[in-house]
Design a binder for this molecule. Structure first.
Ligand code: OSB
Ligand code: MG
Length: 371
């Protein structure tokens, strides 16, 4: 399939409420919407790099640079047959997984549209709806956090994840647990502790949490092993798992008992499926993480989470939890059983609201292959 043109939309969208993690607070979300055009179809992909290098070293700025100067020249005007073919081309570019994954998503959308198959079918997904939860940022106080959780529980979420950081951990989580003794509850530290201060997290081990996500540094799988030995609650790795190899390291080192899968962090959906398959072979449960995606990335996450070894609820909330106005015409809604339907249409199964995209676009770069 010859890639005839490529467009990169740098977009910024207001969030319905600020989202605060151990690395900062965002009121608006930036990302890059990628369009690949071939034979009259357009495939869309979302690069989830945000404005600041907090979660990842990549930013929307580095993504535009790497896409424009390195990835686009490798694929523009060339024949891309599948995701493996794309990965082989970009293999010489070190890192920059979020940038690569955005393009791979657009390629899957294009392949699905041309073959009239949904992304779920292409990836081998089984379920038509997936269990989801909600990820809640750090609030002003434990009381306001409890209120926030209550609102989400009332609107139908059967699983909640709360963000923690040093000084805002045990008290917050305990307050939520006291109010909701049976809620499926988990915490995410986004790498904000070190092995030396992780003993402060001890009391979390008695709160019946589903898991403790990424307490330590992203480049430290071994210290997570040491920490896991001292906790009965499963440790889950997010930031640390950037490749199928890293997933194998974590499994072999017994560094965690659960893995969070994000196609962006792993460098593409095809690599996310590889981690899924590897974890399945080792009986390591996985779940689908989120990056505050637009309807485009959300559709991709739903298709991915329909694979069989996604056995815990994903961070894939309804569209209204994030955006009053989204860039897709479709909006995702929560079913009464805390699930969201997986799109059925060709490719990602979503269409772009052009007026909304225009409104949120900061800049566009367009590349056309010579004919
Ligand atoms: O660590 O899972 C994370 C959002 C941005 C960056 C990192 C993370 C998150 C979330 C949000 O937790 C999950 C969602 O999209 O609802
Ligand atoms: Mg996380």
């Amino acid at each position: 399939m010859k890639i005839e043109s490529i467009r990169l939309h740098h977009i910024r969208m207001p969030l319905v409420a600020p989202f605060e993690t151990s690395f900062g607070r965002e009121s608006e979300r930036e990302c890059i919407l990628i369009e690949l055009e071939s034979e009259g179809s357009i495939g869309y992909g979302e690069c989830v790099a945000s404005r600041d290098p907090g979660y990842s070293y990549e930013t929307s700025g580095t993504a535009i640079h790497v896409l424009t100067d390195f990835i686009v020249p490798l694929i523009l005007g060339s024949d891309l047959v599948d995701a493996a073919n794309f990965q082989a081309r970009v293999q010489g570019i070190r890192g920059h997984h979020l940038a690569k994954a955005g393009v791979e998503m657009a390629l899957w959308d294009l392949l699905g549209k041309q073959d009239r198959k949904s992304l779920r079918e292409l990836l081998g997904g089984k379920r038509s709806r997936v269990e989801v939860g909600v990820s809640i940022g750090i609030q002003d106080s434990p009381q306001s956090l409890v209120k926030q959780v209550e609102e989400y529980v009332k609107s139908g979420y059967a699983r909640a994840k709360i963000k923690i950081k040093p000084g805002r951990d045990v008290e917050d989580a305990s307050a939520v647990r006291r109010q909701f003794p049976d809620l499926r509850l988990q915490v995410d530290a986004n790498s904000s502790y070190q092995l030396e201060d992780a003993s402060n997290l001890r009391p979390l081990d008695d709160l019946k949490l589903l898991l403790i996500e990424q307490p330590l540094s992203e480049d430290d799988i071994w210290d997570h092993h040491t920490l896991q030995e001292h906790f009965k609650t499963p440790i889950c790795l997010d930031e640390s798992i950037v490749s199928p190899r890293h997933a194998r390291y974590a499994i072999e080192m017994k560094a965690c008992r659960v893995i969070n899968i994000k196609a962006g962090r792993l460098g593409g959906l095809s690599r996310a499926v590889m981690v899924h398959d590897l974890c399945q072979a080792y009986n390591m449960p996985v779940w689908c993480g989120g990056m505050l995606e637009t309807g485009v990335g959300r559709a991709s996450n739903l298709a991915l989470a329909s694979l069989p070894n996604f056995s815990l609820p994903g961070d894939i909330s309804a569209s209204d939890r994030y955006y009053a106005r989204d860039i897709t015409n479709e909006r995702f809604v929560l079913n009464s059983d805390s699930t969201i339907d997986v799109p059925n249409g060709s490719g990602l199964g979503v269409s772009i609201d052009k007026a909304a995209l225009d409104k949120f676009t900061l800049s566009i770069a367009k590349f056309v292959a010579p004919t």
